[in-house]
Design a protein. Structure first.
Length: 131
C-alpha cells in the first residue's frame, strides 16, 4: 500500500450487515473512511459463520497494513466470544430496532445497481438476451 494512503487511513472503520437475496444470506461490509465495500455469500447467519467471515475480512485488511479500529454492526452480530476473535477492534453493536446508516445506504445502492442491470437482460428459451 502506498505510504501516503497508509498515513491517512491506517485506522479504518468497518460497517457490516446481513441482507438476503432470494433467501440466501450475504454479508455486506463497507469502510467508512475509504468507500470500499465487499459482499460475501454466507451459508447461514449463525455465530460461527459471522465470526469466520469477519475474521477473514479483518485479516485481508491487515495483510494490506490497515487496522480495523471499529466495527459497527446490527444486533445479530452480538454473539458470544465475538470480541476475542476481532481483538483489538472496538465493536459497536446497534440496538434491535436500529440500523447501521452507512451500510444501509450502501445496500440500497447495490440493490438499485443490480435492478438497473437486470432490467436489460431478458431470458428467451432459457438463454439470456440483452436488449
Amino acid at each position: 500500500m502506498p505510504l501516503d494512503v497508509l498515513e491517512h487511513y491506517e485506522l479504518i472503520d468497518l460497517h457490516a450487515a446481513f441482507r438476503s437475496l432470494n433467501g440466501m444470506p450475504f454479508m455486506h461490509t463497507k469502510l467508512a473512511n475509504m468507500f470500499f465495500l465487499s459482499i460475501q455469500h454466507c451459508t447461514s447467519r449463525n455465530a460461527a459463520i459471522i465470526k469466520t467471515s469477519l475474521k477473514n475480512i479483518k485479516d485481508k485488511y491487515g495483510a494490506r497494513d490497515f487496522t480495523v479500529a471499529h466495527l459497527h454492526a446490527e444486533n445479530e452480530f452480538n454473539v458470544n466470544d465475538f470480541d476475542e476473535v476481532l481483538r483489538p477492534t472496538l465493536i459497536h453493536i446497534y440496538a434491535a430496532k436500529e440500523h447501521v446508516g452507512v451500510i444501509g445506504r450502501s445496500i440500497r445502492t447495490v440493490k438499485e445497481r443490480c435492478r438497473c442491470v437486470s432490467e436489460y437482460v431478458k431470458v428467451v428459451n432459457g438463454k439470456s438476451c440483452y436488449i
